[in-house]
Design a protein around this ligand. Structure first.
Ligand code: GDP
Ligand code: MG
Length: 436
């Protein structure tokens, strides 16, 4: 996978050792290969790595104090920029706002439609879904079932065979019933065909939606980019939704789409479930690709659904490099409350990749909690004091082995290192500090 490949490519530079021109050139070549293997369009991969090279030499990476970190920073910045730099919000200005959802069959439109409704509902918006896929058998029922799970209303006309009419009627119904956002789920096709394109063009022209979102399956790699381009040429959509980023998608689509169609990715789909939706943050995606974890998205999700004050407090501590074992335990508590543990744990740097393949339930945290609960308050707040004898005491106190204790402390240390690195990269003076 891309993360592992890039990590390997940069490993030689990450050490403290000397770095040479040959080193940098080889690494850049490796990065290019990793990107292409991850389905990044070849031309995009070439341009990007050329830019990385230029930047690396331009900033004297060879004589920098921490060349590996500077280099990582350059790659990180480049990937972030490639994916659009800033996060782009969805336009919700209309009253009601009309969101048109388009894409191929199986891309995840219907699932996304419901997920987005769920997301907006949590922000206390009145949402209506319109079932305009009149072709696929049981398409209406699928939307109704999903909407039932999240308690959102669906407008449907099972007898009507004119999707444009249904969409118009849905908008009318939504206006009369005080809905603030109307999301239109449309029909896809197995492949792009002219009648589909005409239909979606026509729906767009008639409805004049506030926002048109193109949904595409990230697992389809290069095809995703091709489809994105064809749809954009026809309907000039406002944003992209990249689904199924939870599978073994190689992530390349996220990196190419912006360059190829110049439209922002606005959301990503991360599971089949109704909470498997995240706003797309180019910087976080770059962190994720570079193996820096996705703590910020995790914190975001915590903020959304659960104890906001607690999430904010932890976020602040992460930013101040003060994350300690109390925060760690509190995060575990939050994660347990949130369900969908496997998903979320996957976002924790260091821990994620190791636990990903295991069956995870609440019991998985028990040993960790036992060890942390054996710590004194002083130890929890100052993990650095945990020397050999204290660790032995923790093992005895928690009934765990000394290896387990050591592992936990080591992983925790790595997690803190990642957080510190993220903070450096994000702080305003970060790059300067690294360069000098
Ligand atoms: P549509 O034809 O575009 O409406 O696609 P659907 O919404 O019916 O989704 C097709 C399949 O993909 C369904 O089995 C969904 O559960 C699944 N799916 C959709 N989004 C995601 C996602 O983000 N992750 C995963 N793993 N599966 C997804
Ligand atoms: Mg559908």
């Amino acid at each position: 996978n891309l993360t592992a490949r890039l990590d390997k490519a940069m490993k030689s530079l990450k050490g403290e050792g000397k770095i040479t021109e040959v080193n940098v050139a080889t690494t850049i070549k490796e990065i290019r290969r990793a990107l292409v293997d991850a389905d990044v369009d070849y031309k995009v991969a070439k341009t990007v790595t050329d830019e990385i090279k230029e930047e690396a030499y331009g900033r004297d990476v060879l004589i920098a104090v921490k060349p590996g970190e500077l280099f990582t920073k350059i790659v990180y910045d480049k990937l972030t920029a490639l994916m659009g730099g800033e996060k782009k919000e969805m336009n919700l200005s209309g009253n009601p706002s009309i969101i048109l959802v388009a894409g191929l069959n199986g891309a995840g439109k219907t699932t996304f439609t419901a997920k987005l409704a769920n997301h907006l509902k949590k922000q206390n918006r009145q949402v209506l879904l319109a079932a305009c896929d009149i072709y696929r058998p049981a398409a209406i029922e699928q939307l109704q079932t999903l909407a039932g799970q999240i308690d959102v209303e669906v407008y449907a006309e099972p007898e009507n065979k004119n999707p444009i009419q249904i969409a118009e009627n849905a908008v009318k119904y939504g206006k009369e019933n005080g809905k603030k956002v109307i999301i239109i789920d449309t029909a896809g096709r197995l492949a792009i065909d002219e009648s589909l394109m005409k239909e979606i063009e026509e729906i767009k022209r008639v409805l004049n939606p506030t926002e048109t979102l193109f949904v595409v399956d990230a697992m389809t790699g290069q095809d995703a980019v091709t489809t994105a381009k064809i749809f954009n040429d026809r309907i000039n959509y406002d944003g992209v939704v990249l689904t199924k980023l939870d599978g073994d998608s190689r992530g390349g689509a996220a990196l190419s789409i912006r360059r190829v169609v110049d439209k922002p990715i606005k959301f990503i789909g991360t599971s089949e479930k109704m909470d498997g939706i995240d706003a797309f943050h180019p910087d976080r995606m770059a962190q994720r690709i570079l193996g820096m974890g996705d703590v910020l998205s995790l914190v975001d999700r915590m903020q959304q659904a659960y104890d906001e004050d607690e999430a904010r407090r932890i976020n602040k501590k992460i930013r101040k490099n003060q994350f300690d074992f109390n925060d760690f335990i509190s995060q575990i508590e939050q994660i347990k409350k949130m369900g969908n543990i496997k998903d979320l744990v996957g976002m924790l740097p260091g821990i994620g990749s190791k636990l990903k393949d295991f069956q995870i339930d609440d019991d998985a945290f028990r040993p960790i909690e036992a060890i942390i609960n054996s710590m004194t308050d002083h130890e929890k707040a100052n993990p650095d004091v945990l020397d050999g004898s204290r660790r032995r005491r923790l093992a005895a106190g928690s009934g765990r082995t000394i290896q387990e204790v050591n592992n936990l402390i080591k992983q925790f240390g790595e997690m803190r290192k990642m957080m510190r690195k993220m903070n450096q990269f994000q702080g305003a003076g970060g790059s300067k500090k690294l360069a000098k």
